[in-house]
Design a binder for this molecule. Sequence first.
Ligand SMILES: Nc1nc2c(ncn2[C@@H]2O[C@H](COP(=O)(O)OP(=O)(O)OP(=O)(O)O)[C@@H](O)[C@H]2O)c(=O)[nH]1
Ligand SMILES: [Mg+2]
Ligand SMILES: [Zn+2]
Length: 531
Amino acid sequence: ISKERVIAEEERAIMESSSAARKRTLSLTPCLLSFLFTVSSHCHVRTSSDLAFTSPWLRTSPSSPAPFRASTCSSLRTERQIFRLQMSKKRGKKMQKVRIDDLLVERGLALHTKEAMALVLKKLVVVEEGKIPVDSVSTLIPSDANVRVKGRHVPVEERANMEQEAGFVLGEEMEGLVVAHHGSRVLVQVEEQSKELLTKLEEPAAHINTHDVRSLRYSCALNPSLKEIGVVTGDRVVFAPALGGDMTTSERSFARGVVSKRLERTTVLDRPSKSISELNVNDLQTVGAEKVLERTGSRKVLCANLDQVVLVFASSPPSPLLQLDKYLVASSACKLSQIILFNKCDMLEDDDANLNAQERNQLVSAETLKVYQRLGYPVIMTSTRTGQGLEELKSLLHNKTSILVGQSGVGKSSLLNALLPQANARVGALSEWSGLGAHTTSHAELHFLPSGGNLIDCAGFRDFATWHLTLEEVQQGFREISQAALDCKFRDCSHISEPAEVCGVKRALEEGKIETSRMMNFRYIMNEVTA
Ligand SMILES: Nc1nc2c(ncn2[C@@H]2O[C@H](COP(=O)(O)OP(=O)(O)OP(=O)(O)O)[C@@H](O)[C@H]2O)c(=O)[nH]1
Ligand SMILES: [Mg+2]
Ligand SMILES: [Zn+2]
């Protein structure tokens, strides 16, 4: 379809550009008229075969496989245009100014002069970020000026490729947020488009259901160039929705589109693509080398552009404090701030009858979390059953992008539903036999909160890998230990073999400034890193 469209477009442009050239010559001074008329009557359009001229963009582009496309732009250039371009080049450095319409075609920002003219008239062309005003198609601008078209981020040729691959015609490009990713497809939502619905969601009487919320999403394929670099939940992207937005057929209720570009990420939550057991442990040196490799590359990105992580725990299923400390270390290495949340407060006094005091001290509980509160972490107690702590949670999430992490069954999806009932996330009961969660949620999904802010609910995982981090990163993750380490005599102090006289950490431990459980977990994680 798109090939035919391009060819039809091409034919129309050829007709129009030659008639436009004639019209323009007629308005010129009579003394030039006879000479120019001769030129314009010869001003036929060259075919691609007799053209030696190709735009620099086409020459350098590695991704223009189909020959008909490579010829599209050049065959549309009239002799008049080529003459003008050559003249402006000949005039040398002093007078390197070109017409804006020619430049748009030359750079592949418009398919032909007619399109360039339309872009200029619609005031979509920005030169030098607005420093040079573009009033008409004949505006002269420096040939090396920075030119962009509003709402268009991909050269026309690449767009044609995208259309052909997708099998439908694309509309104007826009910016959106990836709210979920499933293999090679992503769901994209546009915040501005969802604003109206979001304000309605805050009205208690509004009858808005899950379908209304989800119908604002576009199911998008990825431009081939993005398959390599990957797109994950939380990524800001540029995408083009299908023109006409027909929401029927195979994609169920979703409109379709193609993601053309991933915008820069501010932060990523990632982990090594291999677990420590997958490294070759027989050879210590290999392990060391592989660790360096993991540190510098081969990480799996879970989510992008987060501000903070909400670490979710509950009395059932219980979590060891080591898990909390690992979450803290891993998230601080990703430069994210943390909120500690203890859920299911309605069942606080229920179980733990068969645990002794020491075992209880190694589990995350309302009691043990006081240590973390003293260290300055925000700690909140919630219950999705009684509504306790939900307002406080809402205010901590306000206008931030946050992710709920925690092992399966602690109530992450229940918390999301409590804040946004229309999310209608699936919730699963704990296994009666093991007391563990049922791994109900399987994908990371981002939701716009009506009170402001984005919240990602994801699959539960018990362990956050920390073995690939550096010693500094681990120490940074323990705020009171890195504070005390400032008093160590040696910069590379291990805080193990050194005596208390030279080790600030040991002194702080003796003085009770560092909890024993924290020190134990610090040593455990350090061991894993140095092993
Ligand atoms: N008593 C009590 N139960 C809760 C609370 N919040 C959630 N639950 C229950 O805990 C169980 C697990 O809840 P989910 O929301 O599915 O847990 P999850 O963390 O999303 O689990 P995964 O998706 O498997 O990672 C369900 O049976 C919920 O009803 C709470 O505040 N109090
Ligand atoms: Mg869940
Ligand atoms: Zn020390």
